[in-house]
Design a protein around this ligand. Structure first.
Ligand code: NI
Length: 499
């Protein structure tokens, strides 16, 4: 019996133990499944349902970045909103550089004005209420070839909120991309809406009503239109002063190829290529390195010589101009700014009578001894004075004493001028002797010579008629300096003769 009982007990025991084990296993499996399923509920589903407690890795809540200063964007140009409309109710300006930004900005302006006119009672033509549309902009990114701008539109007094539109333009290739359509993938909107609902669960938004799915979608649209691609990642401004920040890794999944290129440049901190500088104002010589002049004599066939006169205009310069006119002989004058101020009418006459007017600095200092800034000032003030007197702004410069330094050469080139020296020095300033001056000029002149004289000395002016006659008898043709070089000289070039 015992055996039987035992056996029975055994049977009994084994009959009870098996279900127990199975039950335990089942319970454990069930528990594991619950834990497993709980942890594996797709995050997107949890987020979308507004159930997710935590934002995904790489997504945080941050402050909306401080707007950039439009004045910091070099070479930017803007159009006033008033110029496109007729109402005082629309004011502000919008950026138009680089060129690719212009059509996008204009379309945005037109859209805002249309919305304003249709949406605000009485804001159409003849509006007499206080409704006002203010458009503006600020830079949000300058990295590599990309300029990002935040176009802002504020209607006051109602609703009084500013709406934002982000546009990114490539200053080198001419592309432009508007948020959200050009920057985000087709599936990004729903996912951003999910992030918005999860963000609402965070302490930063405590006390605010949790957005419904539809409200979250609307908030996502606004945030994506204002998307900022920045060094820290993708910033999506929410209402108030809070924004979602997606680091580069999660952000990449939301962005188009263009959006990712811009973000990559932003995150890498690449130096901004810059908006190209505007072309020089009309009237300046064309071409980066060349100065061109009208050619009156072909010095490749004629045997040309140039007479040059420095340090004037002086008391005898009027008589010199009479003598040159009488002989129909052109000359080149290198004028001092301070002398030009005293006798501007003579400078105007030089230009009118076909002479070349050059720059001999303001006050005749040795440029080799001056600081770069003072060299610039000596050149520019004299050039301004000569232009004010009525001659073309000079681009030929003769340094006093023929004295140059590396710095002087650099500054003359930077001014866009060519330097004109000489190969025949009459030493007229030293001898103050008419016959010696004539002899020096005629003895030393060769084809292509540049002859140095000073019209402030009376004996020199007395020598000029004989010099003209003597040179012509020897077969020379008198020309202005540029003719010696075929009418083309180089900025920063140094010229001693035309050979
Ligand atoms: Ni001089």
């Amino acid at each position: 019996m015992a055996t039987t009982r035992e056996s029975g007990a055994h049977r009994h025991r084994s009959g009870a133990v098996l279900p127990m084990i199975l039950t335990t296993v089942l319970v454990l499996l069930l528990a594991a499944a619950v834990v497993f399923l709980g942890s594996q509920e797709p995050l997107a589903r949890a987020l979308a349902a507004g159930r997710a407690k935590e934002l995904p890795a790489g997504v945080t809540i941050t402050a909306v970045p401080t707007p950039g200063d439009p004045d910091d964007v070099a070479n930017m140009e803007t159009n006033p909103v008033g110029a496109a409309g007729d109402l005082e109710a629309r004011t502000g300006e919008y950026p138009v550089k680089p060129d690719s930004l212009l059509p996008v900005a204009e379309e945005w302006v037109a859209g805002r004005i249309a919305a304003f006119s249709s949406g605000v009672p009485g804001a159409g033509a003849g509006a007499d209420d206080a409704a006002h549309l203010e458009l503006g902009w600020s830079p949000i990114l300058r990295a590599g070839p990309y300029l990002g701008v935040d176009l802002t539109s504020t209607v006051t007094p109602e609703p009084g909120e500013t709406t934002h539109q982000s546009v990114y333009a490539d200053v080198t290739s001419g592309g432009a991309w508007s948020a959200p359509g050009d920057l985000f993938t087709g599936t990004a909107a729903e996912r951003v809406a999910a992030l918005v609902r999860t963000a609402a669960n965070q302490p930063e938004f405590a006390g605010r009503p949790h957005p419904s799915a539809a409200e979250a979608r609307a908030l996502a649209r606004v945030a994506m239109a204002a998307a900022q691609l920045r060094p820290e990642g993708l910033v999506l401004p929410l209402d108030g002063d809070r924004a979602l920040l997606l680091e580069a890794e999660p952000a990449a999944d939301y962005l188009t190829e263009a959006g990712n290129s811009i973000l990559a440049a932003a995150v890498a901190g690449t130096g901004f290529a810059g908006i190209p500088a505007p072309p020089p104002p009309p009237g300046r010589p064309a071409g980066p390195d060349r100065l061109t002049f009208p050619v009156r004599v072909d010095c490749s066939s004629a045997s040309c010589v140039a007479l040059t006169f420095d340090d004037g205009p002086g008391p005898h310069t009027g008589r010199l101009l009479d003598i040159l006119a009488e002989h129909d002989a052109p000359a080149t004058f290198f004028l001092l700014g301070e002398q030009t101020r005293k006798r501007p009418e003579l400078v105007r006459r030089m230009a009118e009578e076909g002479h070349v007017v050059g720059n001999h600095t303001w006050g005749h200092p040795d440029l080799a001894t001056l600081e770069p800034r003072e060299i610039d000032r000596q050149i520019a003030t004299a050039a301004d004075e000569i232009a004010t007197a009525g001659a073309p702004r000079p681009v030929l410069l003769r340094p006093p004493y023929g004295s140059l330094s590396d710095s002087a050469r650099d500054r003359i080139a930077a001014a866009g001028d060519a330097t004109v020296l000489w190969d025949v020095d009459t030493l007229d300033w030293k001898t103050r002797d008419t016959k010696k001056t004539v002899a020096a000029a005629l003895t030393d002149a060769r084809r292509g010579s540049i002859i140095l004289m000073h019209d402030i000395h009376e004996p020199t002016v007395d020598a000029v008629a004989d010099i003209i006659t003597g040179l012509r008898e020897e077969g020379y043709t008198l020309v202005g300096v540029p003719d010696l070089f075929g009418g083309t000289m180089n900025k920063g070039g140094i010229y001693r003769d035309g050979r």
